[in-house]
Design a protein around this ligand. Structure first.
Ligand code: GLN
Length: 528
């Protein structure tokens, strides 16, 4: 393959119809053909990163190994492409604009007027070149919908970019939504047509149109969209909702898009997607045994908030050949019945005091009833609070939830005090931990030296270790300098383990994370 190629994925009609999955799936197919693929998300928001975005509205904040707080699409990219993302794979307008303004203040523009075109558009183009590195194919997903005020600079930037690198080296993919109108029982292509007109109005005629529908649509939909957009029928792909997102690469590989991708890249070989075939088979086959995991959380109405945790649980269940039933337990109303009713309890990460007593009660229940428990970040902190209370420190708490308590078994890390409500002051990204030989953690990981991603401000206050241990926990992993508690477990329980990290970010559908596999196994038989 000669020159570097670029694939731009844009969206029309409305957002949230699967541009991220589409971009990741195209990358998966190309990788399976042997290409080196890189991928980047451009978010037109004026935010500098995703750290302060409300997870209920925007979904999970995905943390990369270098500590970037990013959009959940980067999680899809990592799971589909099995490559680790960094800050350069997440471009936000706020980040580019703050740099531009800083440069303006520093006099770097030598008296020139600073403008969206060409200065912001050039900054976008530079970010694309940087993220592309030396990969053979670079995929750029533009967030939002074409026509949004915020995204105009991006659309203009990629249009110009295609002129610079040569139109033949760029493939424009537009994802549109076609609604089905129940009353007249027909699919309506008008919004998609309008969206395609919008894109054309900005100077881009796409090469590929992905037509998202809720259920399978007839071929006339392709005819109509092709007719009105000027895109040949072979470039229009119907993509009804799939039973699992991991089927999307398989659908693409078996569609006309495969041919287009082969011609575009020059890679004529068939993609080897056998691993994905296996995942889809596992996920869609009905297992006799189903493991019921209770997720104790406060955002129970938006699964995207915990998407990496959910994906990690599902992958672990396929790995063990069992079905999974993820039961949402509302942390604000949770009681013993809810905990009793499930095979295992998982307390995921979180910030703020809402629902915290329910989470502490969940950890306490698991501790007392030998219920398999996995605590992730906040899930470790509530376990420590539960153990300290069990040992008699009735008002044990985290300084995050009760700044007044004398028994702050979880407290603010050095240098973080006073910054509780600001972004960018967390302990973020990859940190190593050493595990205690012979501990459950070391057994599960098959190693004593591990690295996990982090996103937290508070840590275990080791002054209270005697009480925490008396309450039934032991420290099974620390930072290499022993200063920070990274893992705790309950030696008397069959599987009670909690980490200060976010292992879900490193889990892959093809390689589920051992802590999640351990949880599922513990529901099936004793792990030790
Ligand atoms: N709120 C806790 C802290 O800042 C836990 C964070 C998390 O679960 N990601 O330490």
């Amino acid at each position: 393959m000669g020159k570097q190629k670029y694939i731009f994925v844009t969206g029309g009609v409305l957002s949230g119809v699967g541009k991220g999955i589409t971009a990741a799936s195209i990358g998966t197919v190309l990788r399976a053909k042997g290409a080196t693929v890189s991928i980047q998300k451009c978010d037109p928001y004026l935010n500098v990163d995703a750290g302060l975005l409300n997870p209920r509205e925007h979904g999970e904040c995905f943390v990369t190994k270098d500590g970037a707080e990013t959009d959940l699409d980067l999680g899809h990219y990592e799971r589909f492409l099995d490559i680790e993302m960094t800050q350069k794979n997440a471009t936000l307008s706020g980040r580019l604009l703050s740099q531009l303004i800083a440069d303006e203040r520093a006099g770097k523009f030598c008296g020139k007027t600073v403008q969206l075109v060409p200065h912001l558009t050039q900054a976008i183009q530079r970010s694309i070149i940087e993220a592309a590195g030396d990969s053979g194919i670079h995929i750029v997903e533009i967030g939002g919908t074409v026509g949004d005020y915020e995204s105009l600079s991006y659309i203009e930037a990629i249009r110009l970019f295609s002129q610079i690198v040569g139109r033949a080296n760029c493939l424009f993919v537009h994802v549109v939504y076609v609604p089905f109108i129940g009353t007249s029982k027909e699919f309506k292509t008008k919004p998609a047509q309008n969206a395609l007109n919008d894109l054309r109005g900005f100077g881009i005629v796409p090469d590929v149109i992905i037509v998202r529908t809720d259920k399978p649509a007839p071929a006339e939909v392709v005819d109509k969209i092709s007719l009105f957009s000027g895109v040949p029928k072979c470039g229009v792909l119907l993509m009804p909702n799939a039973d699992t997102v991991y089927r999307v690469p398989l659908i693409i590989a078996r569609s006309g898009l495969n041919r287009l991708l082969s011609d575009f890249t020059g890679l004529q070989n068939e993609p080897d997607l056998s691993a994905w075939d296996k995942i889809v088979k596992h996920q869609t086959s009905r297992s006799k045994k189903v493991v019921k995991v209770g997720m104790v959380a406060k955002y129970i109405d938006n699964e995207d908030t915990y998407i990496s945790v959910i994906e990690a649980l599902k992958s672990a269940a396929w790995h063990e050949n069992v079905g999974i039933d993820i039961t949402w337990i509302n942390a604000e109303t949770a009681d013993k019945k809810d905990f009793k009713n499930v095979d295992a309890i998982l307390v995921p990460g979180g910030f703020g005091s809402r629902g915290i007593e329910g989470k502490i009660a969940a950890a306490r229940y698991a501790l007392d009833h030998d219920k398999p428990y996995l605590g992730l970040c906040l899930g470790l902190q509530v376990a420590v609070i539960a153990a300290a209370r069990k040992a008699g420190l009735d008002d044990a708490n985290s300084a995050e939830f009760n700044p007044e308590t004398k028994n702050d078994v979880v407290y603010i890390m050095d240098g973080q005090a006073g910054k509780e409500s600001t972004g960018g002051t967390l302990r973020l990204g990859d940190y190593p931990a050493k595990l205690v030989k012979g501990s459950l953690a070391a057994k599960v990981y098959h190693s004593v030296d591990i690295v996990e991603r982090h996103r937290h401000r508070y840590e275990v206050n080791q002054k209270f270790l005697p009480q925490i241990i008396k309450g039934g926990l032991s420290v099974s992993g620390t930072s290499p300098d022993d200063k920070l508690v990274e893992f705790v477990e309950a030696p008397k329980n069959k599987y009670f383990i909690a980490t200060q990290a976010h292992p879900e970010f490193q889990s892959r559908p093809t390689r589920p994370h051992p802590l999640f596999v351990g949880l599922i196994k513990a529901c099936l038989y004793k792990v030790k």
